[in-house]
Design a protein. Structure first.
Length: 350
């Protein structure tokens, strides 16, 4: 079941660069100062657009900073294949230069390796969220993971598949296959023992890349695991199609309230459909200790067909502007294009 959702207002997106040791990262930020900032790190080959649905939900509670690391999202490749630790160093530099005090660090897929590596070396980070962590230590081979990825992709919404195709073409397969061995060999299960942050692990029900048995074993390696959560109906990119559920978990985890009612229930922010189904949306624990979160019901979208077509056209135009900004090394155009896309998506939600 795929839902849109998010804030009804398009975010004011700001784009800036963070310089590392001979490399740089792009940071797209949105939201005003709030209780806690969120730092979002995406997986191999893809861009921060994978967080396009999650970010508007998180912005209700604090500013969001989504990173595009070297070689991804239109950022130029480094001269050599960066290690997971080198990617983590750049994320740490971004946190320092942006002046973020103890942000909630959220990683997806390979981004979980980067965030775990960073947290292991920065005891001042207190809150970590790992979405679809990789790589399952019992299947650390490229063919096995490729098959699992394809199985998970069958359950992804078409929007995620489109984002993946665009992202991989932008990244280039040469850079992708340079980084892939670094991801495949990185032992996140060993790094976990050095992580002092309170850690939330999230997986999707249909995520073959990140099976239940793996997250259970991985959770045992972290000294401070707040919870291991599975979201029904979700796949590997759980934070996109099920953004509201993931955002709710992130916010409750940051506040130390995972055992309490959801943010929507406490603050009355759920829509009418969610309230009607609240009794059916209660979390439950599985036999292996994983908390299972039911997916929220579909939100009805009533949008005039003409307006829908215009929103799609404006988003495509925004993509073109962003791509031009990448080609010409113009961050202003990248910012303009991303804002146009966010505004079009906001109108497209009806």
């Amino acid at each position: 079941m795929t839902k849109t959702g998010g804030s009804d207002e398009s975010p004011d997106i700001r784009v800036q660069r963070v310089q590392g040791d001979g490399v740089w990262a792009r940071v797209s930020s949105a939201g005003e100062p709030g209780e806690r900032p969120f730092v979002l790190v995406s997986g191999i080959g893809v861009s921060s657009h994978y967080f396009e649905q999650l970010a508007p939900h998180l912005m209700q509670f604090g500013p969001v900073y989504a990173l595009d690391l070297p070689g991804f999202g239109g950022v130029p490749h480094a001269r050599h294949a960066l290690s997971i630790s080198e990617f983590a160093d750049l994320v740490g530099t971004a946190i320092d230069e942006l002046g973020l005090e103890d942000p909630v660090v959220v990683g997806h897929s390979m981004g979980t390796q980067i965030c775990a590596d960073l947290a292991a070396r920065r005891p001042g980070l207190s809150t970590l969220v790992l979405i679809s962590p990789v790589i399952d230590a019992s299947r650390r081979s490229t063919p096995a993971q490729a098959v699992r990825f394809l199985r998970a992709a069958l359950h992804e919404p078409s929007r995620v598949k489109l984002l993946a195709v665009v992202a991989y073409l932008t990244c280039g397969f040469g850079w992708f296959f340079k980084i892939l061995p670094r991801m495949m060999s990185y032992p996140i299960e060993r790094t976990a023992a050095r992580v002092g942050a309170s850690t939330l692990i999230i997986r999707g029900e249909h995520d073959a890349v990140c099976p239940r048995s793996w997250v259970t074993r991985l959770s045992e390696a972290f000294p401070r695991v707040a919870s291991v959560v599975e979201i029904e109906g979700a796949a590997h990119s759980v934070m996109h199609a099920h953004a509201q559920e993931v955002a709710d978990l992130c916010v409750r985890h940051a506040a130390g309230k995972l055992g309490e009612p959801s943010v929507g229930e406490m603050e009355g922010t759920n829509d009418a459909a969610s309230r009607r189904h609240r009794d059916q949306l209660q979390e439950r624990s599985s036999a292996d200790g994983i908390t299972v979160v039911p997916e929220l019901p579909d939100q009805e979208v009533s949008l005039d067909p003409v307006d829908a077509v215009r929103a799609i056209a404006d988003e495509v135009q925004g993509v073109a502007v962003e791509l031009k900004g990448n080609r010409t090394d113009d961050d202003h155009l990248v910012e303009q294009g991303r804002e146009q896309q966010a505004e079009a998506r906001s109108r497209g939600r009806g």
